[in-house]
Design a protein around this ligand. Structure first.
Ligand code: CP
Ligand code: NVA
Length: 308
């Protein structure tokens, strides 16, 4: 595959392989340091939205492996405004060896990939967040092992881009998922259909409920994300009225499995979707999860560069 745009573009074996590669690169990094497998390669990073984790983890992933990264801000690029996406893609293809793009419309990252001669990685769109999904899966297998079919993942809150990638990686790895979302904040039906089709082969079960308490019953993982994603800011007040019953707090966590892990892709809006005591408590793996972006993305880049 030339690009990394969606987890569901890959087979279960390919995703398992990528995770194995991430585990290997993480271990290598913490023992003797990574080998310079990206030497002579530069990653162009197009950002249409803010970022802490995605920007720094991609930059450091390149540097740890002997490569380099270039940050291209919204104002500089003016993707589709200053010039067409097709022209940006073809120009950058002659300057850098791969592109990472964080965009508003998913179509824009697809368009970049269509016109680029170099690999394109989706660093978040309004549809999905596949690099996050890979880091999430890495974090889950570090806790529960690679052979963890039948694990119960619970997602509570706004059914969003992060949830799409979590659903797809869960379906591919044979994890069950219960999603607790309020009416009007349900998952993208197309993404659900993709997950259900994968699940037919892997045996995953997807359950959709309204009650957050029902959603976390028996959960090995509780996952939540912001109530208002980037680009939805004008809906903030409305969302802050509807989503509070879905807050991940100590009471909700106590209703899950006793060894549950609590996940959040960050940035967290503390004491909204996730309370301070839970974020900083014994079940939380949120910083391990953030750090795993680095290792998961090294594996993705290595595969796209054909060096792993
Ligand atoms: N989780 C995540 O993608 O964080 P940033 O928005 O800071 O990159
Ligand atoms: N759902 C969030 C994720 C941020 C990493 C957003 O799109 O803003």
């Amino acid at each position: 595959m030339k690009d990394f745009l969606a987890i569901s573009d890959y087979s279960a074996d390919e995703i398992q392989d990528l995770l194995g590669e991430a585990v290997k690169l993480k271990k290598e990094y913490f023992t003797k340091g990574n080998k310079p497998i990206f030497k002579g390669k530069v990653l162009g990073m197009i950002f249409q939205k803010p970022s802490l984790r995605t920007r720094i983890s991609f930059d450091m992933a390149m540097r740890h492996c002997g490569g380099d990264a270039l940050y291209l801000s919204p104002n500089e690029i003016g993707l589709g405004k200053r010039e067409t996406i097709a022209d940006v893609a073809r120009v950058l293809s002659g300057y850098v060896q791969a592109l990472m793009a964080r965009v508003f419309e998913h179509e824009h990252v697809l368009e970049l990939a269509k016109w680029s001669d170099i690999p394109v990685v989706n660093g978040l769109s309004d549809y999905n967040h596949p690099c996050q999904g890979m880091a999430d899966a890495l974090t889950i297998i570090e806790k529960f092992g690679i052979n963890s079919k039948g694990l119960n993942i619970s997602y509570v809150g706004d059914g969003n881009n992060v949830t799409v990638s979590l659903m797809h990686v869960s379906a591919l790895l044979g994890w069950n998922m219960t999603l607790g979302t309020p009416e009007g904040y349900d998952m993208n039906p197309k993404a659900v259909e993709i997950a259900q089709n994968i699940a037919k082969k892997t045996g995953s079960k997807f359950t959709f409920v309204r009650d957050p308490h029902q959603a976390v019953k028996g959960a090995n993982v509780i996952y939540t994300d912001t109530w208002t994603s980037m680009g939805q800011e004008e809906e903030t007040a409305k969302r802050e009225q509807i989503l509070p019953p879905y807050q991940v707090n100590a009471k909700l966590v106590s209703e899950a499995d006793k060894d549950v892990i609590v996940m959040h892709c960050l940035p967290a809006h503390r004491n909204q979707e996730l309370t301070d005591d839970v974020a900083d408590g014994e079940h939380s793996v949120i910083f391990q999860q953030a750090h795993n972006r680095l290792h998961a993305q090294k594996a993705i880049l290595a595969r796209l560069f054909g060096v792993a």
